[in-house]
Design a protein around this ligand. Structure first.
Ligand code: GDP
Ligand code: MN
Length: 329
């Protein structure tokens, strides 16, 4: 056994004091998680990962949202895991309920039909509330108002690489509004009329179903608060497709970004290793692996899966196609 002599014997070995490398984050930004009490284990493992790989050096605040009050355990354990301030908000009823204009008999019929067709989450009403909330409400919650930027974290995710810089600062200084790690095709059966509704609002062409996988997002809150996006959401919402169909927040965010932001304001975090089962991606450059920054398997990478939209994204970069992700090919 080799004993390594401590060079500075008076230094405490364990300390919660910020170390020299600590560099508190300076952006008006929060890590935000919409989550259910019963997902506490998965919530804590996501937090552990984000703290270890990134936030222990930046101490950004965590914001937890829930349609039900958080339990004492949930609050205590997540507060304990956070290296920054923590806030909890129960979502107000109007942001998590069926609007009066919706015919609930039809919603029930459609949910039963989608269940028969085995469409993922097709029979779930709570999933519909979640998608609508993430599409049109989260950025206006009281606890979110003080922030300009958010990083969406979901229960059960994992970051595979150390993030040595502040991605919020990166977004601001590079004039970006939306950052993603994985992009893929949506199940058409869940958004049958989303594109036709979108075309009525704005534009012509075709939608190739590509969307940024919204369980990871680092993005601008003010983008969603803009008049353009707000009107777009209200127009979609008035068609009822969040309930009659099962419009996901990922295609809605992606179409919104595609319609109202030039492509150069979108950022692919190619240096992030990320997993949200069943998909993951891993940085492909040598340095990320030789430096010890990442521990993922380079060969396991959704970017080159046939369901990934990355080839279209790279094509769009090369050919300077203006419409994001080939939404309008
Ligand atoms: P998936 O990633 O599409 O399989 O869907 P998830 O089950 O992960 O849900 C997406 C996000 O919304 C996760 O952060 C969930 O914790 C959260 N979520 C989903 N349904 C509910 C719900 O009914 N209540 C609350 N509070 N959060 C929910
Ligand atoms: Mn999820």
């Amino acid at each position: 056994i080799q004993v390594v002599e401590q060079t500075e014997p008076n230094m405490p070995i364990c300390s919660n004091e910020p170390t020299l490398e600590s560099n508190n984050g300076t952006e008006k930004a929060t890590l935000v998680m919409l989550v259910r009490n019963r997902e506490i284990r998965e919530a804590l493992s996501s937090m552990r990962s984000v703290e270890d790989r990134f936030n222990r050096k930046f101490h950004y605040p965590w914001t937890f949202l829930n349609d039900k009050p958080f339990t004492k355990d949930f609050i205590e354990y997540t507060t304990g895991m956070a290296s920054g301030p923590v806030e909890y908000q129960v979502i107000p009823k109007e942001a998590w309920s069926i609007p009066k204009s919706i015919n609930t008999t039809i919603v029930k019929q459609e949910m039963a039909e989608m269940t028969r067709q085995n469409i993922i989450y097709g029979g779930s009403l709570s999933y519909r509330h979640m998608c609508r909330f993430n599409s049109g409400f989260f950025y206006n919650m009281e606890v979110m108002k003080k922030y300009d930027w958010y990083w969406r974290v979901e229960p059960g995710i994992e970051l595979y690489c150390d993030i040595e810089y502040d991605p919020f600062t990166f977004m601001r200084t590079n004039n970006k509004i939306y950052g993603f790690v994985i992009t893929m095709y949506e199940f058409e059966a869940t958004i049958k009329t989303l594109w036709s509704r979108t075309k009525e609002f704005e534009i012509d062409g075709n939608y190739n179903l590509c969307h940024f996988w919204s369980n990871f997002e680092i993005a601008s809150l003010n983008f969603y608060r803009s008049e353009a996006y707000t009107k777009y959401f209200e127009f979609l919402d008035s068609a009822g497709g969040f309930f009659y169909e099962r419009w996901g927040d990922a295609p809605v965010h992606s179409l919104g970004v595609g319609l109202f932001a030039p492509k150069d304001k979108i950022h692919h975090f190619a240096d992030f290793g990320y997993s949200h089962p069943p998909c993951s991606r891993c940085p492909q450059d040598d340095e990320s692996h030789k430096s010890g920054r990442c521990y993922c398997n380079r060969a396991v990478n959704f970017d080159t899966n046939s369901y990934s939209c990355m080839p279209r994204w790279w094509d769009g970069m090369l050919n300077s196609i203006d419409n994001l992700c080939g939404i309008l090919y």
